[in-house]
Design a protein around this ligand. Sequence first.
Ligand code: SF4
Length: 128
Amino acid sequence: MVLRKIVKIDEEKCNGCGRCVSPCAEGAIQIIDGKAKVIRDELCDGAGFCLGVCPTGALTIEEREAEAFSHQAVEEHLEKTPHTETQEIEISCFNCTRTDQQAPLFPIRYKGDSVWVCAKCLPQMIHG
Ligand code: SF4
């Protein structure tokens, strides 16, 4: 066990929407009994890519004693459960509806919502 940063899920706030599942490249988050769960501490690197997509603010980063992040555990986990199979919903750019198959997508906050924007629309939003 090591002291490190790791994703924390507030089950009171989680509505089980599943938006946080696909941003996690390690496949660490799954929806179980209607709530998001970090299925094993060693799969969560604490990078927090999932935080920006949560509409309810249920996701935060905490520092606590946990199993060290393990690249090997992630590889074994993804071999058994390919990440595409863990995706609950298809994500797309809120502006043009391109999917992540068509352009890189980034999570942003916009007008109070957590949305995805693609690499083609993001410059327009920045520069007008
Ligand atoms: S995005 Fe937030 S509300 Fe939706 S399942 Fe994940 S933690 Fe729960």
